[in-house]
Every structure is written in structure tokens, then in C-alpha cells.
Design a protein around this ligand. Sequence first.
Ligand code: SAM
Length: 473
Amino acid sequence: MYDPKSKHAEDFINHEEILETLSYAEANKTNAELIDEIIAKARLKKGLSHRDASVLLACELEDRNQEIYALAKQIKQEFYGNRIVMFAPLYLSNYCVNGCTYCPYHLKNKHIARKKLTQEEIRNEVIALQDMGHKRLALETGEDPVNNPIEYVLESIKTIYSIKHKNGAIRRVNVNIAATTVENYRRLKEAGIGTYILFQETYHKESYEKLHPTGPKHNYNYHTEAMDRAMEGGIDDVGCGVLFGLELYRYEFAGLLMHAEHLEAVYGVGPHTISVPRLKKADDIDPDAFDNGIDDDTFAKIVACIRVAVPYTGMIISTRESQKCRERVLELGISQISGGSKTSVGGYADGTLEEDDVTEQFDVSDTRTLDEVVRWLMENGHIPSFCTACYREGRTGDRFMTLCKNGQILNCCHPNALMTLKEYLMDYASPETRAIGEKLIAEEMEKVTNPKVKEIAKQNLIDIENGKRDFRF
Ligand code: SAM
């Protein structure tokens, strides 16, 4: 039975409830009166239920769809300003015991080169990432209790935080590893991770079991209840997501929002982020073999509807998407993007991987350097932010959400973003990017209205120019 407060996967992600939601949405996709009512509710910026949001996703009235896009843009602007947080994935190991049919790391793939980084190799990767200007990483591994035990992940996190190369530092390590135990989540929390990210892949249980035929990941309930265990282990920032292309997108959308409602209902805090990856071509994987691929228009609609439904949840897009696609959805609600990413194990330090030593997880569509991505963001009116202050000041979980829900995020995040951008420009940017960035910072500083904040930020910018780097951004 559907119960958002239950801790059983099949109660809070209830199949019947999703089916009813989908028929309700389908039946009302041209019901102007109801759609107007839902849009009016959405304008209050307190979010929408999975049912209401599903109606908006299904809506076929063109003028109403334009209203939804406009509202998504407005919410994005009000809650996040024009800041875009930057990160890069770091692949530690592609050893994996699972049989995920869409992922090249699956156990039966014998032609992918298997690789696991040593601590020394991790050092080299981190130095390469720091030299690009990155401050925030997402750790990725396959699931393999022998090759990638939790101790390996913990040791790697320690190594990553310990490296200070030139002016570089990794200030926030997010972790995207397979579902694990409360005890292991506790250990990850103690190691100082930022967000624990786990994609559901699909919320559809029957499909899930077919797509994950073998290995520990086959267990739908264990996987779906992972965020509950993470919360019990003390991790209050969790990141959800589905892999679009595996199942019907409307089903996934409803499931994703029900998951958010469940976390909010039980722990008082919804997901910190939602990721929207789409299935990509990879070694041994042909995305056309999966029936549920979505086009760019549908993808944009999903992003806009997530933005409207959970205004205070960050949204992440990776380099799986092209520059053109990223440009479109950035406006509609994305708050975090990766740049200069390599999805191979050891890909940052070793740019010269042999053809027969390809370990990458999927083809990257946006292959630009971080400097190019930063410049492009600024040219499109965004502020690339390398800030990790919330996490460092303990503004995570419900404390972060309170800031966000009160709309205060703009007051402290805006100047922090500008200062971390200034650090990037001084230490890593090309002359052209730096010129654009300096101009942008000057303009954006004018928007800071609190005189005290403005004064401190101005002084900090001067200090950064003069080489000071021990800030707690
Ligand atoms: N192994 C971990 C787990 O099982 O959750 C997560 C790490 S995996 C490196 C990160 C994510 O990549 C997966 O959760 C999946 O959604 C995504 N992924 C796998 N194969 C993909 C493909 N062919 N195209 C795009 N994304 C893919």
C-alpha cells in the first residue's frame, strides 16, 4: 500500500500509486482548469506533489507548457541566481561484479580493460584535476567487495583530501558507489564526504530486476532503501537520479518525486540533488537496444518539471549531454555541471590511453576543457562557482534546506561564488577566460546589496588577487 512514511521500498515507491498517477496525468493532459490550478500552486514555490507534477509533465497545451518553462526559469533564478556549481567525476576502479545490462562495467564484459587506481595513481589524478581548477569531485567505482571494498574507498578519500598541489585543494568529495550498509555509510560520513549519490536507474521493479539480472545490485528493495540507510548512517545530503532511457520517463519522473517525498516525510529533508543522466553508447552497450530513449524536447520538459516540483533541490547534468543540450537545460533549472570530465579510470593524468586499454564508462558528448566550459558559462550569463562553503560550514541536510527554502541562499552564495571564481581565474584560467571573468565579477559585485557583505567580499577579492588562499569557501 502506498505510504510515503514507510521505510519499505514498495510502499514509498508504490507501483499501483505510480500507475494511478500516470492515468490521472494522461486523463488531465488537456484539462486547462486543473493545469491552471496546478501552475498557480507551483507559483507559490513550495513544490508540487508527484501527482500534480505528473500532470504538468503530461500537459499538451502549448501555452501552458510555455508557462511551465517560464516558471522553471523564474524559480531557477530566484533560488540559485545565475550560479552554476562545477565538479568532475573521478573513476577509481571499474571492477564490478554486477550484471547491469546497460553498463560496460558489467561482469561479463571481457573486452573492457579492468583497472583500479593505486593511492599513488589517485594522487596523480587529483593533481591533474587540481591543475585544471577543480575543487569538488564525484567518486565513482563499480561494485566489487574484493577489489573495491569500503576500506579502499575510505583510504582514497583520505588521499584526495590530503593533496595540496600549488594553490589546489579538493574541498568536497561526493561519493557515487553502490548501495551499502548503515555502518559503511557511517564510515563514509566520518571520512568527510559531501553528498552520497546513488542513481536508482529505474523505479520500475520488474524492469529493474531484468536490467540487473545478476550481482548484489539485483536486489531492488536493498537498492531503493539505500538512501534511508545513508540517512540512518548520518549522511544528510543524498543525491537521487534515474538513468533515462531504461523505462518510461513518466514512470521514472513520478518515482523520483515519490522518493523525494518519502525522504522529506521520514527525515525532514529531501534529496540534496537530483541527477538526470541519459543512457549513452559505451563499450559493449548500444543505447538503441533500449526502447525508452527520450528526445531533447522531452528531456527539457523533465528538467523544467523537476525544477518546479522540488525548487530547493539542486539538479545535476553531466558531460553525457552535448553543449547544445546543456545550454538549453541550464536555464530551466540545472544548478551543477561537470566540465573537462574523463569517464575512464586514470584518464586525467594519463591522457594517452592506448586504444586497447579503454576503460571509460560511456562516451562523453561535451569534450571541452574546464577552461572552455567556464568561459562558455560566463558568455551565457552564468557564474561558474567552485564554492563548497555550505558543506564546510555544516550547512548540509535540513540546515541547508532551511537556507534554501527561505530564499537566503542568494545572499551568501552569490559573493562566495564570485570569490571562488576569482581564485579560479587567478590560478588556472586562460587570459581570455580571465578577462571575461574579471568583467563579470565586477558587474555581479554590484548586485550584492548588503553593505557589510559587499565590503568583506571586496576585501577578499583584493586578498585573492594578492595571493591569499586560506579561505573557507
Ligand atoms: N557502481 C555504482 C552503482 O552501482 O550505483 C555507481 C557508479 S556508476 C560508475 C554511475 C552511473 O553511471 C550509474 O549509476 C548509471 O546510472 C550510469 N551509467 C551506467 N552505464 C551508463 C551508460 N551506458 N550511459 C550513461 N550512463 C550510464
